[in-house]
Write a protein that binds this ligand. Structure first.
Ligand SMILES: *Cc1c(COP(=O)(O)O)cnc(C)c1O
Length: 357
């Protein structure tokens, strides 16, 4: 029985993406060899990597000043790799959640970190505002987490600042058009919005690379991966293949703007039900700060003891993965770009029926 999957990552992927990847695990591109067992230097696999890069460039309208690379180590390695490669003396960071503060912790190993804005005072239930004036003019970049996967908040557009931007877009990349020219780097672990875990997308501005006076191991230099077209060492071939399937699907659905519109409709329908239903309340009071990728909500105070009952009720309808992160509690419905409309409808129906009950 197929489940309605609301896990935050790894997360739901389209059936065609999974099926096509499964088929190619048996016989890759008619080679008679599994994608798991063929050389990454084969012309068939090189074509897959090229597709991954080119589709990303096309979907995000990446200018020629920037390069798209695929890395390993997840977004968590980028927390260190970014300052190691690009932080000269200081960098500015917005602390909007757990992932943002993990990024800050790593950056401090390489220089001065100025936390220009934070929403920690209210357990990260809003997006900090009005911090732009706090950015030192000699900051190498301003880092922000575009979507706070755990706390259900989201920057809806590029911040307007006077330094280069750097962003962890792990959980909302391809949701909106981004002005890539404003960025030193954009990075995203694949397992939220694109494909399986084990692969990380990065878009780097080429003229910034190898400028910092600090020894960087070969594998951790962005320039290594730019020069070797993401094939310096053995890439995760199956994960790369699966990502290409998703990116092709994104393109066929009409690209980033169309994807965002569909995603917004799904998210809004759940938020509308949370706001209407007397049992539930959003954890993010300001609706304009709410994430359209991760919808976090709790039981209204007087119904708190029904939390487990609702989880079980949802489970009885094949709805899984809605338990909130332990630092927020309650529920979290992740509705990334590959989420299904029937799953969203099943969740909304379960909320309505549970209220009646
Ligand atoms: C999941 C997540 C991470 C951590 O990603 P890993 O690939 O596990 O290192 C970092 N940032 C954000 C915004 C995330 O959602």
């Amino acid at each position: 029985m197929k489940k309605h999957n609301f896990f935050a990552g790894p997360a739901e992927l389209d059936e065609t993406v999974i099926k096509n990847t499964a088929d190619n695990i048996i016989d890759f591109a008619g080679t008679g060899i599994s994608i798991m067992a063929i050389s990454h230097r084969s012309k068939e696999f090189i074509a897959v990597m090229e597709k991954a890069v080119n589709l990303t460039k096309e979907l995000l309208d990446v200018p020629s000043t920037h390069e798209v690379i695929f890395l390993q180590g997840g977004a968590s390695l980028q927390f260190a790799m970014l300052p190691m490669n690009l932080l000269d003396k200081k960098a500015a960071y917005v602390d909007s959640g757990t992932w943002a503060s993990n990024a800050i912790k790593e950056a401090k190993l390489f220089g001065e970190v100025v936390v220009v804005g934070s929403s920690k005072d209210k357990n990260y239930n809003y997006i900090p505002v009005g911090w732009e004036k706090n950015i030192p003019s000699d900051a190498s970049y301003l880092h922000y987490t575009s979507n706070n996967t755990i706390f259900g908040t989201q920057f809806k557009k590029d911040p307007d600042v006077n330094v280069l931007l750097a962003s962890d877009m792990s959980s909302d990349i391809f949701w909106r058009p981004v002005d890539v020219s404003k960025y030193a780097i954009i990075y995203a672990g694949a397992q939220k919005n694109i494909g399986p875990s084990g692969i990380t997308l990065a878009i780097v501005r080429k003229d910034l690379l190898d400028k910092i006076n600090r020894p960087v191991p070969t594998m951790l230099k962005y320039s290594t991966h730019v020069d070797k077209e993401s094939m310096y060492n053995t890439p995760p071939t199956v994960a790369t293949y699966a990502c290409v399937q998703s990116l092709e699907r994104f393109k066929n659905l009409g690209g980033v703007k169309a994807l965002g519109k569909i995603a917004d409709q799904r998210a809004n329908s759940i938020y509308d039900e949370i706001d209407r239903n007397k049992l539930f309340v959003s954890t993010v009071p300001d609706a304009s700060h709410r994430s359209n990728m991760n919808i976090t909500f709790v039981m209204n105070e007087q119904y708190k003891d029904l939390e487990k009952d609702f989880t079980d009720f949802a489970k009885s309808r094949n709805i899984v993965g809605i338990t909130g992160h332990r630092s927020v509690g309650g529920f979290r419905a992740s509705v990334y770009l590959s989420q299904r409309d029937d799953s969203v409808n099943a969740l909304i129906q379960a909320m309505k029926d549970f209220e009646k009950k």
